[in-house]
Design a protein around this ligand. Structure first.
Ligand code: GLA
Length: 385
């Protein structure tokens, strides 16, 4: 892979790449649509991700090319940058914008990206390209940002430059991820713990619905807004900053303050999901995967019925999983509206599960899903020769 990418860089730019960087994608085990509500999430970095090869140029421009996309861009060094069109290169341009805004001196770079995360599959290909770029610029130009500062900056790229009001989970997971660990992250305080993925005789399967995602951004921002409305209603009587500052028992005492039934549904999901993350972390620590699996299903059904971010494709995967004796638990992962589901599957039964889910899904949806057995990998880093 690396040699091949070196060759591709050489043929694109007629010179060798000097540095290579990598940032993973992520899956979220549990705690969905929680990060922007100041609660707990449990993501882990995966081994699929984005590679970035660079060499300096003396032309004072950033050249962006990708193995995955035909579209290229050449953007001169300038005091600030704006999003232009819908091109993929806006993500790295956004990163450059905030380095420049922070007064960092940059120089022209020729860049080639390659990603093996399926695009738009809710495995955080966008956080991956943002963070790989930020990691590279930080090292190449001795910018001196801490990892946490890079996380906060790349979140700004998503929120302010790209216009998606997402939380901090994706950028955090792909920056701080550790091999074979899940991150139990408090999205309010940003305290986190890397916990062992005690999967025993099981593997983590990723099932990509291959559904072309549409309207994800507008629906996502709508959910964020609904949560803000719920919070405002509760703040009439409660001194809280985030929906996840209360548990279900307290919520039951105050939920009458939320008058809109849809907003009430959204808040009910958020608060119960946050409680589930606490239980899931305990179950994982105690090696009680049966309990963990039950919580995964409960999370999915809440996202399906209360938060309404699933869809027939994701539901079909989880519906099948519940009938397969090799599966301990399954749920959608990430923003939803298509993208991927995850399942905890007995190692010995993985092939049978992959075959079963593919047949069931194809018969119902009309095209096949892609099924992977996932490895939990490291966060963003430079790849040395
Ligand atoms: C997307 C966002 C995250 C998070 C998830 C849902 O991945 O980027 O911040 O909100 O959706 O949990």
């Amino acid at each position: 892979m690396k040699t091949n990418l070196q060759q591709q860089f050489q043929s694109q730019y007629n010179k060798p790449a000097q540095h290579t960087f990598f940032s993973p994608g992520r899956v979220n085990l549990i705690g969905e649509h929680i990060d922007y509500n100041g609660g707990l999430v449990m993501p882990c970095a995966i081994t699929m991700g984005t590679y970035m090869l660079t060499a300096p140029n003396t032309d004072g421009v950033f050249r962006f090319k990708s193995v995955n996309f035909e579209e290229t861009a050449e953007i001169p060094l300038q005091p600030s940058y704006q999003k232009t069109g819908k091109g993929w290169y806006n993500y790295p341009v956004g990163v450059i914008n905030y380095f420049t805004e922070a007064g960092k001196q940059l120089q022209g770079l020729d860049i080639l990206y390659y990603g093996d995360i399926p695009i738009g599959s809710s495995l955080s290909s966008s956080a991956s390209i943002e963070v790989v770029t930020a990691t590279a610029l930080n090292i190449l130009f001795n910018a001196g940002f801490s990892k946490l500062q890079l996380v906060l900056m790349t979140k700004r790229v998503e929120n302010e430059f790209m216009g998606l009001n997402s939380g901090i989970m994706d950028q955090f997971a792909v920056t701080f991820g550790e091999t074979d660990k899940a991150l139990k992250l408090n999205c309010d305080t940003l305290d986190y713990e890397a916990v062992d993925m005690n999967l025993g005789d099981n593997v983590l399967a990723i099932i990509n619905t291959n559904k072309p995602r549409k309207l994800v951004e507008s629906k996502y921002n709508e959910r964020v807004q609904e949560c803000r409305t719920a919070l405002k209603a509760l703040q009439q009587e409660l001194d809280i900053n985030n929906l996840c500052d209360i548990d279900t028992a307290t919520f039951d005492l105050y939920k009458h303050l939320i008058t809109d039934p849809v907003v009430l549904q959204r808040a009910t999901h958020v608060i119960a999901e946050n409680d589930r993350v606490i239980l899931a972390a305990k179950a994982l620590a105690a090696n009680d995967l049966t309990e963990f699996g039950k919580l995964m299903y409960a999370s999915h059904h809440s996202l399906q019925n209360l938060y309404e971010v699933s869809g027939v494709e994701l539901d079909t995967v989880v519906e099948y999983a519940a009938t397969d004796k090799n599966v301990v638990g399954a749920r959608m992962t990430g923003a939803g509206f298509g993208g991927c589901a995850i399942a905890l599957v007995k190692k010995d039964g993985f092939d049978s599960f992959a075959k079963g889910v593919t047949e069931y899904y194809t018969a119902k949806i009309g095209y096949a899903p892609s099924v992977y057995s996932s490895l939990i990998g490291n966060g963003a880093h430079q790849i040395t020769a």
